[in-house]
Design a protein around this ligand. Structure first.
Ligand code: ZN
Length: 115
């Protein structure tokens, strides 16, 4: 099904196709600070409903992942990257989806700190 998500103030809104069967909790320097629960989908399943200019991008380390957040309310609803096979991928923060209970999605703990 299609899920709708947003930042807190609504400056960034999006739709994503599919249902998260698992979410990734990573212990790297940024994920641990933000507490994101990530669901990885191909970019084709993701549809941004608000202008791209509303997004602020943060990049660090190898500059592989675009950590997209709202410059108004500070929430990060998703990140964007190219996966190792060359496919554009979106990491949706399931905490920002309206009709998903993030506590009901099984969490896979990922040791990003050691990578
Ligand atoms: Zn916002």
């Amino acid at each position: 099904m299609t899920h709708t998500g947003s930042c807190h103030c609504g400056n960034i809104k999006f739709e994503v196709e599919g249902d998260p069967t698992t979410a990734l909790a990573c212990n790297c320097s940024i994920c641990s600070r933000k507490g994101t629960l990530l669901w990885f989908v191909p970019s084709a399943q993701f549809n941004l409903l608000t202008p791209r200019e509303n997004i602020t991008t943060y990049m660090f380390n190898k500059h592989i992942i675009k950590h997209q957040f709202c410059g108004v309310c500070g929430v990060q609803p998703f990140g964007e990257a190219i996966d190792p096979k060359g496919n554009p991928t979106v990491a949706v923060n399931i905490r920002c989806l309206e009709d998903i209970d993030p506590l009901a999605v099984p969490v896979h703990h990922y040791d990003g700190k050691s990578k």
